[in-house]
Design a protein around this ligand. Structure first.
Ligand code: BES
Ligand code: ZN
Length: 853
């Protein structure tokens, strides 16, 4: 086991040396790759005195080491190579090392590894130290030159190509960068290529590299890339800065994608798409992730992070930018709703449990465990609030100043906030609490109506989180409008700026008591605590002019109904059914929006809501409640549902556009409800006639939900058995729709199917993630769900600790449940902790989760 050391933000010190340039030579071989590194070093004037030179390195076999051409004998430890100050020149010097590594044996998929005969790298956050000895920290930026020697036909690295011939290629990256942005790819690859001309007329060659046979599934990714490049020029004034931009798709990848300078590496599932293989959701994700990684070129690469505590500086901002982009490319309202659904189901969940941490953490053990919903999603929300507070014009000026002032820097959150303070003269010290305090604020709302004066009073509560018992009040931008009883806006959207624990806002000169539309556009990541007057939610669902709050009214009502059924066994409320029916059949509304309204809240979400009420959620009852609501809805919508389905079932040629995707989403939602009434006739024919993967998988899901579809499952597997990314949908669907008591056994059977490659992160996440996503199954009272997940985490951990640690968050909600479930979950967590060779990654997660009680 690697030793677990806690790193603290407060301990930051600049590195002892500066690296002016790096020359790397790779002689590739599966079991014995040689890496030669030549570093031009000099002492860092910010670290006076004579300092030892300590380079990070893990799992490297040192072959040779020389300073200024003379062989030296450094001190080598398992995680470092050190040269004593006394053995080093006073001024600039050259260090040459040669090491041997075995990419073929690298199952952790960090550093240089192999995937289906192809070499590739993943260096963020601390993977470069598995390639060669180097100061593996983001504030050490250097110019990299790379030479690759291999017989494989395509040899790629960062920057621009400078020379190539039989058996070798050379690359030069003119932009200084930290080691985590280094990348190398070698393999038998085919390109889907295009050309782009930047706003200032720089020609750029664009290539998407894939395995032979996949070239015809890259068009959408390429189109997304071109639109991202244009958008960043138009909206942020940022141009691309190299002659080539390469993207490579690999099948074995721990994450979604990685922004290596000029050479993005992607999980193949976020590149390859055709109408027959990709759902509309896949298309959306490809567009968003291509944009995200491209946008990092400025927010992350040109301006990087000083240390890993500043991760949200690049990730929060880049997520914010990719959300803006998706909102511009598609329906902004629909995107905002989807983003908030994700925020609540992942980040609010995290913030509410034992893994809660600030957007900028102050300590960590394993940095890979901090690529979280909080750093990403809440990090993006914090930027959205900042933009609301300063206004669009000031946001733009602040960003221009940020790019101008910090280009080439390794920056901090302080630097980021300073550009806003300098452009607006605002004091952001209270706002900064959003970066340092964990936990989701709860906002209680009271209203008073007195003789033409309407008063809204807000009280914020900032709940305790691990290590942070006491909190101070935050700045909360609350966008509010007031509606007349007939639905007109009497007070259009204004932003209230709450800064105190309790604060009132008065509205005068109103003729009648208004209905408030609070937190429009979800203007702050808080939980709104409000008992509205009866009928108000249905009223807002019908009349609110803010699309987010219109949806939110329906969602809040659905949550209320589902919680009541689960807790008290009440019948499905007709006010909810009526209100939803009105929206479903309102042809003036965007089909995508109607589909969103028809999607019932998730079971985990309801468990979270019930827990927040101070009650203990019962997964079986929540599951039954959700099913009952779907059944009642199918009946309430009556014949209109068949008509709606027929209207949407057109013959238009496929396009991945948001408008067509919206129609397909509504059509599939209608089909799934209809299937609850007709026993599967329509869904079976829809499956047979499907012309896109959205329709095919939608029909299959409808069938499985009513325990039909065995023949369709077989034909799907026969058709797609050779396409692993498509088959992931087949595995996931069966497990997420399985009966709670059967799902664990099914997951176990599927993952053990001969030929099922569970060592592949996508496969592993699909099966184990699907079981964890089946709330009633994972939390089944037998404990079978907990046991199976723990078994497989223990199996994966020795091979790929990073993915094991990420999947372990399935357990993060365990303290919510009853004593018997808690006992079973705890037993599994303790069993993992007792495993003899548990990785540091998984150990940290399990320990933090167990600390909850
Ligand atoms: N820089 C990350 C990739 C990464 C994450 C590398 C963790 C190493 C450890 C990349 O920019 C990223 O954020 N990818 C996301 C997708 C994105 C659209 C949010 C991912 O991989 O999930
Ligand atoms: Zn990112």
């Amino acid at each position: 086991m690697t030793e677990q050391k806690t790193v603290y933000l407060a301990d930051y010190q600049p590195y002892t040396h500066l690296v002016d340039s790096v020359d790397l030579t790779f002689r590739l071989a599966p079991s014995a790759t040689r890496v030669s590194a030549r570093l031009s070093l000099r002492p860092n004037p910010e670290r006076p005195g004579r300092n030892d030179l300590r380079l990070d390195g893990e799992g490297l076999t040192l072959v040779s080491c020389a300073v200024d051409g003379k062989a030296v004998t450094p001190t080598v430890e398992p995680d470092a190579l050190t040269l004593a100050a006394k053995d080093l020149p006073d001024g600039p010097f050259t260090l040459e090392t040669e090491v041997e590594i075995a990419p073929e044996a690298n199952t952790a998929l960090e550093g240089l590894y192999m995937s289906k005969g192809m070499y590739c790298t993943q260096c963020e956050a601390e993977g470069f130290r598995k390639i060669t000895y180097y100061p593996d920290r983001p504030d050490v930026m250097s110019r990299f030159k790379v030479r690759i020697e291999s017989d494989l036909p395509i040899l790629l690295s960062n920057g621009n190509p400078t020379a190539q011939g039989p058996g070798f290629a050379e690359w030069d990256d003119p932009w200084p960068k930290p080691a985590y942005l280094f990348a190398l790819v070698a393999g038998d690859l085919r390109a889907h290529s295009a050309k782009f001309t930047t706003a200032s007329e720089r020609p750029v060659d664009l290539n998407i590299w894939v395995r032979p046979g996949d070239e015809d599934r890259c068009a959408y990714a390429m189109d997304s890339l071109i639109r991202s490049m244009r958008w960043d020029e138009q909206v942020y004034g940022r141009e691309y800065d190299l002659d080539v931009f390469n993207i490579v798709a690999v099948d074995d990848f721990n994450m979604g994608a990685m922004e290596n300078k000029g050479l993005n590496i992607f999980n193949s599932r976020y590149v390859l798409a055709s109408p027959e293989t990709a759902t509309d959701d896949d298309y959306y994700r490809i567009e968003a992730i291509i944009a995200h990684e491209y946008f990092h070129n400025w927010t992350g690469n040109r301006i990087t992070c000083r240390d890993w505590f500043q991760l949200c500086l690049k990730e929060g901002l880049t997520v914010f930018r990719d959300h803006q982009f998706s909102g511009d490319m598609r329906s902004a309202a629909v995107r905002r709703i989807e983003d908030v659904v994700t925020l609540r189901s992942r980040q609010f969940r995290e913030d509410d449990g034992p893994l809660a941490h600030p957007v900028r953490p102050e300590s960590f053990i394993e940095i890979n465990n901090f690529y979280t919903a909080t750093v990403y999603e809440k990090g993006a929300e914090v930027i959205g609030m900042l933009k609301s507070l300063v206004g669009d014009g000031a946001y733009k000026r602040a960003l221009d100043l940020y790019f101008d002032r910090h280009d080439g820097d390794a920056a901090t959150i302080e630097d980021w906030l300073k550009v806003f303070e300098d452009t607006t003269d605002r004091d952001l010290s209270q706002f900064k609490l959003w970066y340092s305090q964990a936990g989701t604020p709860r906002l209680k709302v009271d209203e008073a109506w007195d003789d033409g004066v309407y008063t809204l009073t807000f009280a914020q509560a900032n709940p305790p989180t691990p290590g942070q018992p006491e909190k101070q009040p935050k700045v909360i931008p609350i966008k509010v409008a007031l509606l007349n009883p007939n639905g007109d806006e009497v007070v259009p959207t204004i932003m209230l700026e709450m800064t105190r624990e309790k604060q009132s806002f008065r509205f005068e000169g109103l003729a009648a008591k208004p209905v408030p539309s609070i937190l429009r556009g979800f203007s702050a990541p808080v939980v709104l605590d409000r008992k509205p007057a009866p009928g108000e939610r249905a009223f807002l669902l019908a009349h609110d002019t803010d699309p987010f709050n219109k949806w939110e009214a329906g969602r809040a009502l659905a949550k209320e109904v589902m919680s009541e059924i689960a807790l008290k066994g009440t019948p499905v409320r007709s006010d909810w059914l009526d209100a939803l029916a009105a929206v479903t059949f309102d042809d003036t509304l965007d089909p995508a929006f109607r589909a969103l309204c028809l999607r019932l809240p998730g079971e985990d979400d309801i468990a979270q809501t019930i827990h927040a009420m101070g009650r203990i959620p019962d997964p079986a009852k929540i599951h039954a409640a959700r099913r009952e609501m779907a059944g009642a809805l199918a009946i309430r919508l009556g014949d209109g549902l068949s008509r709606l389905y027929k209207d949407l079932d057109d013959n238009a040629p496929f396009s991945p556009s948001a408008s067509q995707a919206g129609r397909r989403a509504l059509k599939v939602a209608a089909l799934q409800l209809l299937t609850r009434r007709d026993g599967g006739k329509l869904a079976a024919s829809a499956f047979a006639r499907a012309r896109s993967m959205t329709e095919e998988i939608g029909a299959l899901a409808a069938l499985l939900e009513v325990h039909q579809g065995q023949a369709e499952l077989t034909s799907f597997a026969a058709r797609w058995g050779r396409d692993a990314n498509v088959m992931d949908k087949w595995y996931a669907l069966q497990i997420t729709t399985a009966e709670p008591g059967d799902a664990a056994a099914l997951a176990d059977r599927l993952i053990q199917t001969p030929g099922f490659d569970w060592k592949n992160p996508n496969r592993f996440r699909t099966v184990i993630g699907a079981l964890a996503a089946n709330h009633a199954a994972f939390h089944h009272r037998s404990g079978a769900g907990y046991r199976l997940v723990a078994d497989w985490l223990l199996k994966l951990d020795p091979l790929n600790p990073q993915t094991a640690a990420r999947v372990s968050t399935a357990f993060e909600t365990w303290p919510r449940y009853d004593a018997s479930r808690r006992k079973r979950a705890k037993k599994e967590l303790e069993r993992m902790l007792a495993a003899p060779d548990l990785s540091g990654d998984l150990r940290e997660m399990v320990e933090r989760m167990l600390a909850a009680g």
